[in-house]
Design a binder for this molecule. Structure first.
Ligand code: TXA
Ligand code: MG
Length: 324
């Protein structure tokens, strides 16, 4: 069931319905500025379990708790100066902090870890909703485990509609890729667990420190399973390229996705951005792959320059691509 929250006149009724679903232990798709999430009351382990079941997600993969502001964050996590600085610089927004958890967070949310991931989203409908429900909301991306993340309410409804209570439609997600995740448990060694819309360089500037890459810590046991090599994958074979010259011998009938609009686009050619803008490219990425996945069995996609949000786009493409 889609609950419309894109029009002012429907907002109150849609959010009230969704809030009573959450407070009675249900699971509801929610819009955020990054991607759509699948939310449950983070303090209710039985409700959280339903998220894992609906997504087919392994219980070893912990969830992000979404809260309204820093004081709500402090009810569930032990904050520190790094978290405060990043909150002031980027929140509400597309950044998640991993911090030591407080006791109220059930083990199922943190996958038994002593930490919890917390995020303060900026999407106005989500903010209104968080105010209304009052409890922290555990919400992974609202896609079947391993598939491309949803950026519209229809994406959620088409894949999970029969397994969830409802999805709140708050329009197309603005960022299009999942939040940046930083681990702040050791303030001397902040770690970038997942690149996202808030870029590495911006975080390093605020903290006055370089971010550590988790790869050089423990390659065998990823700290965030979302970093698993194969993730975000469409059914089609996805190959990546940097320059057009690499596309000489591609199979007939393949789809080609360029970063910018080609001068004279041919059949089966698509692009991520009209204006050669990396934010626009990120916003369109998952929706385009999702729609091409319905009709093409092979897709070639151009990588972005590896700076700013380009690092997040290349990271997701790297995990979605076909392993040779
Ligand atoms: O933008 C986003 O972050 C979206 C929206 C819905 O907020 N959510 C999202 O959730 O992408 P999910 O579950 O798809 O990805 C969360 C990632 C997972 O890779 C998980 O392993 C990691 O966060 N994570 C969660 N709790 C953690 C913890 N305590 N320590 C380390 N990693 C954690
Ligand atoms: Mg996900």
């Amino acid at each position: 069931m889609i609950l419309d929250a894109t029009k002012k006149e429907n907002l109150e009724e849609s959010l009230s319905k969704a809030a009573s679903m959450i407070l009675s232990g249900g699971i509801v798709g929610v819009p955020t500025e990054t991607v759509y999430g699948l939310a449950a009351n983070a303090l209710n382990p039985d409700a959280v379990r339903k998220i894992f079941e609906a997504k087919g997600r392994p219980f070893i993969d912990p969830l992000i708790a979404h809260v309204y502001d820093f004081s709500k964050l402090e009810e569930i996590a032990i904050a520190n100066d790094s978290a405060r600085k990043l909150y002031q610089a980027f929140c509400p927004g597309a950044i998640t902090f991993v911090l030591p958890k407080k006791e109220c967070i059930p083990d199922i949310v943190s996958a038994g870890k002593p930490t919890v991931a917390v995020r303060i989203p900026s999407h106005p409908v989500m903010r209104e909703f968080m105010k209304k429900v009052g409890v922290p909301l555990s919400a992974p991306s609202a896609n079947p485990f391993g598939y491309v993340s949803p950026t519209t309410a229809e994406h959620v409804e088409s894949q999970l509609g029969d397994r969830i209570d409802a999805v709140i439609d708050g329009g197309i997600c603005d960022c299009g890729v999942e939040s940046t995740i930083v681990m702040l448990t050791d303030e001397d060694r902040p770690m970038l667990l997942r690149p996202g819309p808030v870029a590495r360089e911006q975080i390093e500037k605020v903290l006055g420190k370089k971010l550590i890459d988790p790869k050089d810590k423990n390659p065998a046991h990823p700290t965030a399973p979302g970093m698993l090599k194969s993730h975000y994958a469409p059914k089609a074979k996805l190959h990546l390229f940097e320059n057009e010259s690499e596309l000489k011998d591609i199979p007939e009938g393949s789809a080609v996705i360029y970063f910018a609009r080609p001068k004279s686009p041919k059949k089966d050619e698509f692009w991520l951005s009209e204006k050669s803008d990396m934010n626009e490219a990120a916003r369109n990425l998952f929706a385009l792959i999702r729609s091409l996945d319905k009709t093409y069995s092979t897709i070639f996609c151009q990588k972005l320059e590896n700076v700013g949000i380009g690092e997040a786009v290349n990271d997701r493409l790297g995990r979605a691509k076909t392993k040779l």
